[in-house]
Design a protein around this ligand. Sequence first.
Ligand code: SF4
Ligand code: SF4
Length: 415
Amino acid sequence: MQTNLASFIKDTPEGQVADEILRSCVHCGFCLATCPTYQLLGDELDSPRGRIYLMKQLLEGQAVTQKTQLHLDRCLTCRACESTCPSGVRYGELVDISRGIVEKQVKRNTQSNVLRYLLRKLLPNLGKFKALLKLTQVVRPLLPKRLSKAVPPKASSTKSWPALRHKRKMLILDGCVQPVLAPNINVASARILDSLGISLIKVTKAGCCGAVSYHLNAQQEGLDYMRRNIDAWWPFIQQKEVEAIIMTASGCGVTVKEYGHLLRNDPNYAEKAASISSQVKDISEILDGEFNNLRQLLDKKPLVYNKLKLSFHSPCTLQHGQQIRGVAEKLLIAAGFDLTLVPDTHLCCGSAGTYSILQPRLSQQLLQNKLLALKSDGPDQIVTANIGCLLHLQGGTTLTVKHWIEMLEESLFSK
Ligand code: SF4
Ligand code: SF4
């Protein structure tokens, strides 16, 4: 695609990246077939190709309107279009750059500004989020049914974190909402890795990966969260005390894997960020690397759960963002679970970070479609790999929804 970027962006690092991405799009339209918003709305401007066209216009200096903002807001940043694109267009990066520009040029109404501000201030802050959750759980019976369904129940883990007893060590990110809403996920990961001779270390100074703020167009705030995590992890990396940094939420994983790229122009953090990103692994990648040892442990266990049928929802941040497919499924099958067939696995469930709050109508439509697909082969339970998807799916079904690592742990430690 020919481009002629406007002078305000042309010679900036962002402008050069955007120009390169725009030029890589050949407008073939293959991506339309896998775009969830295009499937629902049937409007070219709600497709990747249409949005790329809008972004080209704004980057070339044409007037940015609320219409441009609306079509970019409706994008889930699911990156299904990247998986489909034969030209390797880095759509996610382009939409982040463009949204930052739109945010400066198009005013939002007060209600929208307040909501976005609250999300940025509450979700990444563990203390404030805990307090808010406690309050909503208390008043839950008084809330209208729709709101009451959205309040997650109290969660705790009855299992304890294993002692740091092994020579092999890895870091694990707790993240922002996961320790409060599903603390058992990281405990399960620590217990499995402990049985494989690896101790997991939580660094309390590390927290939100930065994605919430970054994708709400407060990009500097997001980068500050990233720098804080790098500072928390760096002593372990510098001393070569750990082999990897593990993510159990694929939404955090995709972001931390991009720290090196996102902080490449920061002279104080570029090198450290690149080093951190190179050591980040999803929990499924780590266990795949330990597969033979895991297999031996599983072989010693009676497959008590082997009658249980699980439906696996692969989060967009896992399959499109990190391009990891089939790994958690392979591990679950090795543990004796029966996995159901799920149609349209490439489609987003509608959770997409804060999308379910900011675009509730589209998000709910995607959720209903996803649940129909996940239930179509009669599962006993649903499993996934990201806390956001887990909570979103659980809000729409009476079937239990868990992180797949919890099922693997139950299988390994069953009597
Ligand atoms: S993003 Fe890729 S698939 Fe979509 S129109 Fe451009 S080149 Fe084609
Ligand atoms: S990121 Fe997802 S919703 Fe956005 S244009 Fe691509 S496929 Fe469509």
